[in-house]
Design a protein around this ligand. Structure first.
Ligand code: CUA
Length: 351
C-alpha cells in the first residue's frame, strides 16, 4: 500500500481544518494562475514590436486600484474569521462530559498516568465518539503533542498545564508524534492513539489495576504529606477546606478571585504564596522538589474527588453565585493568624 498523501480525517475537527486548508490552497492557486497568466498575456500582447516604439503614458485608475484593494481585503478577512473560529473551537474544550486524560511528556516518551485504566507509555487508549480532554505537562523541556489524523497539535510546556481536546470519529490506531525538537531522542518520541469502540473501551478499562487509580495514589500522598493537618474542616484550621473546591471560584487576598482549576491547584502546591485564599495567611511551604509532576497529578485528582461535606453548611454548591465559592466557613476568617508561628518545614518533617 502506498502511504496516502493526506492523513486520515479521524476526528470531529479534522474535516473543518481540512476545509479551511483547501480554501487557502484554492485561493492561492487562483491568484497564482491569474497573476502568472496576466503576466504572460501582457508580455505577449504589449511586447515591443519596433525599435522606435515608446510606451503609452498611464496615470493610474482609481476604480481599478480600489477594486484590487477591497477584494483581497475581503478574502483575507474571510480567512481570518474562519481560521479564528476553527482555532478557538479546537483549543477550547467544550463544556460537558469528557473523558479526562493526563499526559506527561519527558525526554523521550509520552506517559499517560492512569485515571481509571492502565498506566500507559507511548500509547493512549480512548473511546470513539466521545470527547477526550487532555491535560498535559512536561517534566523537562518543551515537547509537542501531535496527532496528524486528528489535526491536533499542542506544545507541552514544563511547569504548566496545557489543555486540549479531541473527539475521534473512527476506531483504529493513529500515530502520535512529538513535533518539537527536544533533544537526541526526539525522533523516537512517537506513540499511538488507540481508538476503541465503547464496549471494547469499557473492557479495557475494567482490565486495569483499579485499586491503583490516580486519586487513590493521591490520597496516600495527601496522608503521607500530612496535608490534612492544615486543610481540614476543623474550626481555626490553617488552610482552606479543599472539599468541593474544584472548579469553584475562590476569593483571594486583595479582592480578586480565581477558578480552582488544575492550573490553580498546581500553582497552589508548587508556589503557595502566589494566590492566597482570602482569610488565610501565606504560611504554606512550597512542595517544589517534594512532589514530582506525576505526584502532582495524583494530588489534584484526589482533591477533585473530595465532595463538599454535607455537615459544613457554608461549603460550596455548584449553583452558588460568583464570589461565594470559597468553601470555607466564615468563622475561620482571620483566625489563621494565630497559626503563623507553626514551622513551615512541617510537611518535610512528616514525610
Ligand atoms: Cu519531545 Cu521532540
Amino acid at each position: 500500500m502506498w502511504p496516502s498523501l493526506f492523513p486520515e480525517e479521524a476526528s470531529t475537527i479534522a474535516p473543518r481544518v481540512d476545509a479551511l486548508y483547501f480554501f487557502l490552497v484554492a485561493v492561492s492557486c487562483f491568484f497564482v494562475v491569474l497573476i502568472a497568466g496576466m503576466l504572460l498575456l501582457f508580455a505577449i500582447k504589449y511586447r515591443r514590436r519596433h525599435e522606435h516604439d515608446v510606451g503609452a503614458s498611464i496615470h493610474g485608475g482609481m476604480v481599478l486600484e480600489v477594486t484590487w484593494t477591497l477584494i483581497p481585503l475581503g478574502i483575507a478577512l474571510i480567512m481570518f474569521v474562519w481560521g479564528a473560529k476553527v482555532y478557538f473551537d479546537e483549543y477550547t474544550p467544550p463544556p460537558g462530559n469528557s473523558v479526562i486524560v493526563y499526559g506527561l511528556a519527558k525526554q523521550w516518551m509520552w506517559k499517560f498516568p492512569p485515571m481509571d485504566g492502565q498506566r500507559e507509555i507511548n500509547e493512549l487508549h480512548v473511546p470513539v465518539n466521545q470527547r477526550v480532554k487532555l491535560i498535559m505537562t512536561s517534566q523537562d523541556v518543551i515537547h509537542s503533542f501531535f496527532v496528524p489524523d486528528f489535526r491536533v497539535k499542542m506544545d507541552v510546556l514544563p511547569g504548566r498545564y496545557r489543555t486540549m481536546w479531541f473527539e475521534a470519529t473512527r476506531t483504529g490506531t493513529f500515530h502520535l508524534f512529538c513535533a518539537e525538537y527536544c533533544g537526541t531522542g526526539h525522533s523516537r518520541m512517537v506513540g499511538q492513539i488507540v481508538v476503541m469502540s465503547p464496549s471494547d473501551y469499557q473492557a479495557w478499562v475494567a482490565g486495569g489495576v483499579s485499586h491503583n487509580t490516580l486519586a487513590s495514589a493521591g490520597q496516600t500522598l495527601f496522608t503521607n504529606l500530612a496535608c490534612a493537618s492544615c486543610h481540614s474542616a476543623a474550626s481555626g484550621s490553617r488552610g482552606p477546606v479543599l472539599n468541593g473546591i474544584y472548579e469553584q471560584r475562590v476569593k483571594l487576598q486583595g479582592g480578586q478571585s480565581v477558578i480552582a482549576d488544575d492550573a490553580y491547584l498546581r500553582e497552589s502546591i508548587m508556589n503557595p504564596a502566589a494566590k492566597v485564599a482570602e482569610g488565610y495567611q501565606p504560611i504554606m511551604p512550597t512542595y517544589q522538589g517534594l512532589v514530582d509532576d506525576e505526584q502532582l497529578l495524583e494530588l489534584i485528582e484526589y482533591i477533585k474527588t473530595l465532595k463538599p461535606a454535607a455537615a459544613s453548611a457554608p461549603s460550596v454548591t455548584t449553583s452558588e453565585p460568583e464570589g461565594q465559592g470559597t468553601s470555607q466557613p466564615i468563622t475561620e476568617h482571620g483566625k489563621s493568624s494565630s497559626a503563623v508561628s507553626s514551622p513551615s518545614a512541617a510537611p518535610t518533617a512528616q514525610r
